[in-house]
Design a protein around this ligand. Structure first.
Ligand code: NAD
Length: 299
């Protein structure tokens, strides 16, 4: 069993840390919130005095932080986690952050004699609680092999996407595609409404024709055709529009940095920016169909 430091005990991090505890590992946690650390202690974990304390004297450190800013701030520099940890400590950063920062931190980890993978997730809070997350992992083969047994405790599907930063690259490419495809499906339903074509008829045809995609067949943005989709519960998230916007912005930062043309990714980012700016950040991302109709009502 491993000694693990866990930094960032938020909506995702706390249930992930609890699964590591349940599997018999020792977990020392750190968070800005005392209440979150108390929750970890109540489940048999230990509260660290600071993030650097959580990273000291352990075999592995998992971080689940809001953005690249916090990751760079905590990992780098003389007083950072990479310097404070014992040599050869395994770092797993599961936060969703920009590729550039992920690669910068990975380089610093290698220079400090630490092992490191970036391992962002999909599956949301439900997946974190159930231990069924998908991990998209970037880093050297040996570091992936070292991280895999711990990732197996917190997730169900673990994919090695290549070298450092490739986990983040996979996550933002997938979510850019998802944002674009959701808007495309919503536009098709909005046009169908104007043309007098029934939702169910369009679904029956497109779900077995060339317009078929996950946003239509699993996460249909109108109520009815897919009873489990958020459209059937007034667009309660699910996957919140603010989270989609965060990932689309990351995709556009990466596209700009890498010189990739992503005109539809840019348009999707703008559309979700308007939707979230109008007060819909907590609404499921499929709720953008209401915005595309130009009114806050269901058809
Ligand atoms: P959250 O805001 O609930 O949790 C982040 C935690 O980090 C907070 O508890 C905060 O106090 C802590 N924190 C921030 N700065 C810190 C510091 N300097 N030292 C110690 N603790 C610090 O966010 P979340 O929903 O758990 O998401 C975490 C990451 O996972 C994000 O990058 C997010 O994009 C990604 N993600 C979230 C979901 C989701 O459904 N919530 C899904 C996939 C990916």
């Amino acid at each position: 069993m491993a000694k693990i430091g866990f930094i960032g005990l938020g909506n995702m991090g706390l249930p992930m840390a609890l699964n590591l505890l349940k599997a018999g590992h020792t977990v020392k946690g750190a968070d800005l919130s005392a209440a979150r650390m108390a929750d970890l202690e109540a489940a048999g974990g230990a509260a660290a005095g600071s993030a650097t304390d959580a990273a000291s004297g352990v075999d592995a450190v998992v971080t689940m932080l809001p953005s690249g800013r916090e990751v760079a701030m905590l990992y780098l520099g003389d007083g950072g986690l990479l310097a404070a940890a014992d040599k050869g400590t395994l770092f797993i950063d599961s936060s969703t952050i920009d590729v550039e920062t992920a690669r910068k931190v990975a380089d610093a980890a290698a220079a400090a004699g630490q092992k490191m993978v970036d391992a962002p997730v999909s599956g949301g809070v439900g997946g974190a609680q159930a231990g069924t997350l998908t991990f998209m992992v970037g880093g050297p083969d040996a570091d992936f092999a070292a991280a895999k047994p711990l990732l197996d405790v917190m997730g169900k599907t673990i994919v090695h996407a290549g070298g450092a930063g490739n986990g983040q690259a996979a996550k933002i490419c997938n979510n850019m595609l998802l944002g674009i495809s959701m808007i495309g499906v919503c536009e098709a339903f909005v046009l169908a409404e104007k043309l007098g074509l029934d939702h169910q008829k369009l679904f029956d045809i497109s779900s077995t024709a060339s317009g078929q995609c996950w946003s239509l067949t699993t996460y249909c943005p109108v109520p009815g055709p897919v009873p489990t989709s958020p459209a059937n519960r007034d667009y309660q998230a699910g996957f919140a529009a603010a989270m989609m916007l965060k990932d689309l912005k990351l995709s556009q930062d990466a596209a700009s940095h890498a010189g990739a043309a992503t005109p539809l990714g840019a348009a999707a980012s703008q559309a979700y920016g308007l939707f979230v700016g109008a007060g819909n950040g907590g609404v499921d991302f499929s709720g953008i169909i209401r915005f595309l109709r130009g009114a806050q009502q269901d058809a």
